[in-house]
Design a protein. Structure first.
Length: 102
């Protein structure tokens, strides 16, 4: 049973993303939304931790939220996948449950 984890807070203002990563199981997915998209920045203090999680967990970034914050695709971690709102809906349908990290 897989879980889609959504993170909407910046990892530079709280620890929701890092806590989420610690609780993920193989096959889970993390979708970064709203200010959570800052967690996908390749040149950040948490980039190594997030990249290491990609061995077991899929990472998605909501492209509209990244664009709204001026985050270009070339600034995002390698291995993170960009999705639109239709992709968000697909992810919810593909996983057994969804958990929001606030």
């Amino acid at each position: 049973m897989s879980t889609l984890h959504t993170v909407n807070k910046s990892p530079f203002t709280n620890n929701a993303l890092l806590s989420c990563i610690k609780h993920c199981k193989d096959g889970d997915a993390i979708l970064l939304i709203e200010d959570g998209v800052y967690g996908a920045l390749a040149a950040s203090t948490i980039a190594d931790t997030v990249s290491a999680a990609l061995n077991n967990v899929a990472l998605y970034v909501l492209d509209g939220d990244a664009s709204a914050r001026g985050i270009a695709a070339d600034k995002v971690l390698s291995g993170a996948k960009s999705v639109g709102y239709d992709g968000f809906v697909d992810l919810v349908a593909e996983h057994d449950r969804t958990e929001a990290w606030l």
